[in-house]
Design a protein around this ligand. Structure first.
Ligand code: F6R
Length: 607
């Protein structure tokens, strides 16, 4: 779970690589480093901590003349986050340098063999083992491609790697298995990276690299081969139509708040071309060649898992499809009993989450078709899936997922509608009204957001010294309570638990006292009386309560937070930003690193 970039071209490579790393920092920020060939030697500069530490070190060097190189921003897996474990890693002779994202699972046994041959290691990383294995391969195979291919045949695990060699300055080699890798094709320059924004200011022409492929770039050429046989592979060049500007902060203090405020547009974009008001229907042509499934198995992690839990309510209610929702890291290691007529729906913003990807592979082994619900176009999950629905939320930079969940909820809602209509069980009048309301939702949300933020600021500050929070919701708002708790803990580091409000009395109510506030979702729906009585139980134990509610409810709690009421399931689009804003304002008030919370990374490409 790191960011990698490689460049071969005509510009000064080091500043370009550092700039690319800045756009990849969301993938990890424990340490960073660059390597380039200067005067037949490798120049290696690495620093512990964020990219600014590396920039400081680079400012003391003169590496301006080099026009090729590699760079890495690290999220530690093997070896603590200190400089000796930072990438790039050199082979023991210092003739090769490599950056690596992923895990080499059998590195211990390879390391033992290399130790017996006299190799010495400077770090605890699996990556240093791999570059030395490649150096060992070089003894028998002077051609770099052959040496890399020889080494990769022996490793098990996940990797995207890039390598430079003093013997071939101006050339970068790269390969992947189960870790993201894309190639950018420029004019007189070529790039490799974990993700497109790294090189987007220079080119929009992109080639997606598949598992088991090995490539070589120079300023004027690029070639892709099968990693095991070195047979050339024909690749398609894709043109990317989003720009770097959309991945920048646009005047906001943090990406997270910018992304929260982008949600009206995200809903609009998700609906565009999919909602046909005139014919009272939803178009999802990606799924037209399949029947509505008999059973749906949703597999996802974190926030995407919460979106899936919410989707279950609508898919069962509207489309009458039984839905199981599974945490991908559990699903992949069970021997799940999947309905042979079922379909797996994998939800992932990044499309690179290792556990979700493994869940897809398991489903395919068991013969089930897979639908991927992804944000990142061309991501591994989108390519592994039989059908792909894109959420079209645009690049999400803040580590805490916000607008991506909003887009997932929107598409899940469209999916429930689409399948209910395909099955001929939808209520025509009710759905016509619903589609009308859905179309006006972006503008309703847009006008509500500034007041929501003000309320979040007041309440976030008031409770910023709490050490624990309880989030409560019922029915479709139970997954939202889980999400509210996840957001608060990940960015403000305040402990929080999400609970089904009816479950409180079975244990957690024992925690409630004056110092343990509750954040409840108590909207004006069928379950309101039940939630209200759960909150009375909390009040009776002296607990402070913040409650999201609607105008006209007879809730009497210490802090009512009234949201505009929209129709039925659309209320989730009011609740979600309120929860996000509460966490954001709390964390910002506490001075936390909102966009890059400690110990986290945006794209979890390791188990
Ligand atoms: C929380 C968060 C994570 C991700 C999870 C899955 O704010 O961002 O919980 O939701 O790591 O990531 P994707 O959706 O990329 O598979």
């Amino acid at each position: 779970m790191c960011g990698i970039i490689g460049y071969a071209g005509h510009r000064p490579a080091v500043p370009l690589i550092v700039e690319g790393l800045r756009r990849l920092e969301y993938r990890g920020y424990d340490s960073a480093g660059v390597a380039t060939v200067v005067n037949h030697d490798i120049e290696l500069v690495r620093a512990e901590g964020k990219l600014s530490a590396l920039e400081q070190k680079l400012s003391e060097k003169n590496l301006i003349n080099s026009t090729s190189g590699i760079g890495h921003t690290r999220w530690a897996t093997h070896g603590i986050p200190v400089e000796r474990n930072a990438h790039p890693h050199l082979d023991q002779e210092g003739r090769l340098a490599m950056i690596h994202n992923g895990i080499i699972e059998n590195y211990q046994s390879i390391k033992e063999d290399l130790l017996k041959k006299g190799y010495k290691f400077r770090s605890e990383t699996d990556s240093e083992v791999l570059i030395n294995l490649i150096a060992e391969g070089r003894k028998e195979h002077p051609d770099m491609l052959e040496a890399i291919s020889w080494a990769l045949k022996q490793v098990e695990g996940a990797y995207s790697i890039a390598i430079i060699d003093v013997e071939s300055p101006g050339t970068v080699y790269a390969a992947r298995v189960s870790s993201p890798l894309v190639m950018g094709i420029g004019v007189g320059e070529n790039f490799i990276a974990s993700d497109i924004p790294a090189f987007l200011p220079y080119t929009r022409e992109v080639v997606f690299i598949e598992d088991g492929e090995l490539l070589r770039i120079t300023a004027s050429s690029w070639d892709v081969f099968k990693s095991d046989t070195l047979e050339p592979v024909e690749k398609e060049i894709n043109t990317i139509n989003w720009d770097v500007q959309s991945a920048q902060k646009g005047g906001y203090k943090h990406f997270m708040i910018k992304e929260i405020f982008e949600q009206p547009k995200v809903i609009f974009d998700c609906l565009a071309g999919r909602v046909d008001l005139a014919n009272n229907k939803v178009d999802l042509p990606e799924l037209d060649d399949m029947e509505a499934p008999k059973r749906l198995h949703i597999v996802a992690c974190g926030t995407s898992y919460h979106a899936g839990l919410w989707g279950k309510y609508l898919l069962e209610k509207w489309a009458k499809i039984p839905v199981d929702v599974e945490i991908a890291s559990e699903f992949r290691y069970r021997d799940p009993l999947l309905d042979p007529d079922g379909v797996v729906l994998a939800i992932s913003q990044s499309g690179e989450t290792a556990d979700t990807l493994a869940g897809i592979k398991l489903a395919k082994e068991k013969g089930l078709p897979v639908i991927g619900l992804c944000n990142v176009v061309g991501s591994s999950i989108s390519r592994e899936s039989d059908h792909v629905l894109y959420t079209q939320a645009g690049p999400e930079v803040s580590v805490a997922s916000t607008k991506a969940m909003c887009s997932q909820l929107t598409v899940l809602m469209l999916l429930a509608f689409y399948w209910s209509k395909r099955k001929g069980i939808h209520d025509t009048k009710q759905f016509a009204e619903f589609l009308q309301d859905l179309k006006s939702l972006p503008s309703v949300l847009e006008s509500a957001l500034p007041a929501m933020r003000d309320r979040a600021k007041v309440l976030g500050r008031k409770y910023a010294d709490a050490s624990s929070f309880m989030f409560l919701g019922r029915g479709p708002y139970f997954p939202l309570a889980l999400e509210g708790a996840l957001k608060l803990k990940e960015i403000s580091y305040i402990h929080a638990e999400g609970y089904a409000s009816g479950e409180m009395k079975h244990g957690p109510i024992a925690l409630i006292d004056q110092k343990f506030p509750t954040f409840a979702i108590a909207l004006n729906d069928d379950l309101f009386p039940k939630v209200k009585s759960n909150l009375i139980e909390v009040q009776a134990r002296g607990g402070h309560i913040i409650a999201l509610t609607n105008p006209g409810t007879d809730l009497e709690v210490e802090h009512e937070w009234t949201l505009p009421e929209v129709s039925g399931p659309l209320n989730v689009f009011m609740v979600l930003p309120a929860l996000q804003l509460f966490s954001y304002e709390t964390a910002d008030y506490l001075g936390k690193d909102v966009d890059q919370p400690r110990n986290l990374a945006k794209s979890v490409t390791v188990e």
